[in-house]
Design a protein around this ligand. Structure first.
Ligand code: SF4
Length: 407
């Protein structure tokens, strides 16, 4: 797949755009002023694989907390770049709290509440701070906070046309205009193009695809993709996947964030895992070995293959922090756990290592395939445990660091 050409932007040592891999990022939902909680959640997001983490910097307490958060993360050995999310008062906070401005790796600015027309001065102040501290910015337009003055002007002008566009078309045009107008202003003030990332988020899948397709044709800035307010549970996952996959398949998108609404006390890191799974399912980047499992059907009444597939998946998730370091390349591994002989052996042969469990009325035997060849057949009560050990051996044998030859 051909990537859209984009400039490369360095965000605290992580490259976004150019020929860099599509970067996974996320955002905390803690009160940034709550330093221990914020450190803990940034750590969790980074441990799950978030390569950039954004925190809101919405008031003086939050801005004041940034140095302690950075220090706390350093003490834990977490060096993920932190992005500050600024809205109405970003110009004040970045000026009054220089350590906050210095320590953040990037500033996110929303032109709907910091820029254009009457508030241009505030927008310019943030850009000047970015120049002073040599930081990149994301100019992030969001339809929920689109510049109302600009929108009203464009709506009025549209009404005077002999054939007015629909309100939705005008809004889309205004979002794109707001993004492009703000990037032009930032460059005019002196921020290099290589310091600018752009986003234009909407909550409708088709709208998002249209907005980013147009943006991608209009500029060379790297694009941050995300469906805003994606929602809870399956709805959020499916809508984000649908929108981001189509754009990524067209080569559009240099960094992604999936904005899921977690359940109260839910796991915030789920949004990181969904982003990774989108990229991995599209064959763009691999993060974790994939476990193929059949959906089950009337040919097997046993739930054992489902339990084993779940167990193996959870085992891989648990081992990945170590495997990633010790066995580079293990993220490319494919594992199959199948329910009967109809598709079991075939799917297992396509995997690096696969097992086909017996269906109803089949012999109580579970053939294991390694690299496409029948390796052995497991029987008895410890099939799962034996298969897990075979998986360990496969990882050690195939992905272990090559030993230096003995002199
Ligand atoms: S592999 Fe067997 S049990 Fe699984 S879905 Fe196919 S036919 Fe059904």
């Amino acid at each position: 797949m051909q990537r859209r050409r984009s400039l490369a932007v360095d965000v605290g040592g992580v490259r976004v755009g150019g020929d860099a891999p599509v970067v996974v990022q996320s955002m905390t939902n803690t009160d940034t002023a709550d330093i221990p909680e914020t450190i803990e959640q940034v750590h969790q997001l980074a441990a799950a694989g978030s390569e950039l983490v954004r925190i809101t910097v919405n008031n003086k307490e939050a801005a004041r907390a940034v140095p302690a958060i950075v220090e706390g993360l350093e003490k834990r050995g977490v060096n993920v770049p932190l992005i500050g999310d600024f809205h109405y008062n970003g110009h004040v906070l970045l000026t009054e709290f220089p350590e906050c401005a210095r320590l953040l790796a990037k500033y996110r600015i929303n032109p709907g509440n910091t820029g254009t027309r009457t508030r241009d001065r505030n927008f310019v102040t943030i850009i000047e701070q970015a120049i002073k501290w040599d930081k990149p910015v994301r100019i992030g337009v969001n339809w929920g906070s689109l510049d109302q003055q600009l929108l009203a002007e464009r709506m009025d002008a549209n009404n005077d046309l002999p054939e007015p566009k629909s309100a939705k078309e005008v809004m889309m045009d205004t979002m794109i205009e707001s993004a492009m107008r703000s990037t032009a202003l930032a460059e005019e003030v002196g921020l290099p193009a290589e310091k600018i990332i752009v986003s234009c988020k909407l909550s409708g899948v088709q709208d998002l695809i249209e907005a980013y397709t147009r943006l991608g044709e209009l500029c060379e800035y790297p694009l941050h993709l995300g469906l805003t307010e994606a929602g809870m549970g399956n709805k959020g996952v499916v809508a984000s996947t649908a929108a981001l996959s189509i754009l990524l398949q067209q080569g559009v998108g240099d960094t992604i964030r999936v904005s899921l609404t977690p359940m109260p006390n839910g796991d915030r890191a789920e949004e990181v895992r969904v982003s990774q799974q989108i990229l991995q399912s599209l064959g763009i980047r691999n993060f974790i070995p994939q476990v193929a499992a059949c959906p089950g059907c009337g040919r097997t009444k046993s739930t054992y293959f489902q339990e084993l597939a779940d167990e193996i998946h959870n085992y891989i998730v648990k081992m990945m922090p170590v495997w990633r370091e010790v066995y580079p390349g293990v993220e490319d591994m494919n594992v199959a756990v199948m329910g009967c002989v109809v598709n079991g052996p075939g799917e297992s042969k396509h995997a690096n290592i696969g097992i086909s469990l017996p269906g109803t009325f089949e012999e109580p035997k579970a053939p294991v395939y390694i690299d496409g060849e029948h390796h052995s057949t497991l029987t008895g009560d410890n099939i799962g445990e034996t298969f897990r050990k075979m998986l360990d051996d496969y990882v050690v044998t195939n992905y272990g660091k090559k030993r230096e030859p003995v002199q």
